[in-house]
Write a protein of this length. Sequence first.
Length: 554
Amino acid sequence: MLRWATVRTPLLLYGLAFVARTFVFLTFPDPAYPDSYYYVEVARAISAGHGLNIDFIWIFAEVGNRIPANPTLPIASNAHWLPLASFLQVPFITLLGPTPLASALPMLLIGSLAAPLTWQIGREAAAQPIVSIGAGVLAAVPAAGTVFMAQPENFAILQPLVAATLWLAARGLRGRSASFALAGFLAGLASVARNDGILLFGAVVLIWVVDRVRWWRRGAGSRAWTTGEIRPPVSVLAALGSIALFLLFVGPWWARQILVFGSITPTSSAALWIRTYAEWNSITANSSPATFLAQGPGPIIASRLGGLTSAIGNFAVVICSIVLLPFLVIGAAVRRASLDFAPWFAYAAIVFAGATFIYPLHVPGGAFIHSAIGLAPHAYILALEGVLAAVAAIAGRRSTWNEGLASRVFMGAMVALTMATAVVFGIPTERAWDDLRQPRVALATELDRLAIPASDRLLSIDASGMKYWTGRPGIVTPDDPIETVEAVARAYDTRWLVLERTSIARSLAPVLTGGTRPAWIGRPVFSVPSLDGGPPRLVLFPVCTTPDDNRCGS
């Protein structure tokens, strides 16, 4: 039977994390952006018995980056975003109904595991107790990233999942073959959460390869990874076990993708070969390797450097809240040869390389931080060890300092300051989310008041968000000329156009601001005025795509 003293700290850390995330949920219980809306709607479709099928198109990359020859709804889901976040919501939606709580609850329960996990990682890495506990507290309230932890998507899942994978890989380096195999199991889970989850398994493979190469180069029984430590390499059997457990999850999913879409990554060509982010939302752009290379080395290098710069900025703000960054550098220097952090260094290098060379144009939109959020637990341990190292260096030059007392004071202050940034960052973020939410709530009320049929399709910049708030199917407005938008409207027999001031296809901006309207768009029937005297926050227009539809007359 476990003694209370043994489980008290991890339970308290879990409780702190759960309370913090629950508070965030209570202040903003709804999904806030397209990723979250999408995962919720897929989960609700599964729970309703529709399987992996949805009645909206959030981006045309999911249907081949063009208007299909047979443009119909519903369509198969998850051509781009992967299903784990949705799968986790399904049993809760089945039990509690399609409510915000049902979608957020699995994220609250799973995400809270990050705090006690961080504490355990610190303990096994021989960090001082004050470091392990402090890092656990920071994982419970993860700096500027806290506001995202109640969202029904991947942040809350990947924070503990990635950290646990790296922890198990490190245990494998210390001779625990079963742990190394289990790292592949968790990497498989991460790889059905996000496409870039494969990078995590890449880190596991890289760790094994480097470990094996060093063993071969130095000879059996010689030192590897760290000076003075003699140990055998991770076994081939452990590596094979890791691969097998990885394929246990991704294998069936890859088979489904090939069967449904003809490709493991159906949207990769549209995502990887864009020259500007606008091309990601376009169906007229020619996103291909040839056109990508034709732009020349200058723009290519500039976009790669832009991705790296944005990734560093995202990491510094969301994970480190700026204040931890210098101490993280110190701690990383101190632990640079540690087996316990070798997988972390490998994964960090891989995700930053991915942000630089694979998906740099998606980094400013948040793609990088989804992958990097799992770096936070180890990063907090390293940062707090950096605080202790800095205090020790200063105390060594000041005979009046009590190093132990100074360590506790500076550690507590740094933890408190970092936690405070959760509020500083969270309040304006939730305010911005609410500014987008309120017009959509008003729109949903108006659609019901006008008795607009639930089957009427909406054309909007955020089809998944409109589906969540109004319950109506829809199609995204592509970032293309107005003629292309009209072709989309006609192909999918859309009945209404929703324009929002905060995000709008460029060709439709004049329509929102009262400029020239094409004949197929009628006069506004509902609008949410702005608070600053500018263009409306949201406007609803009728769309007429058949000769007998007279709603768009003068």
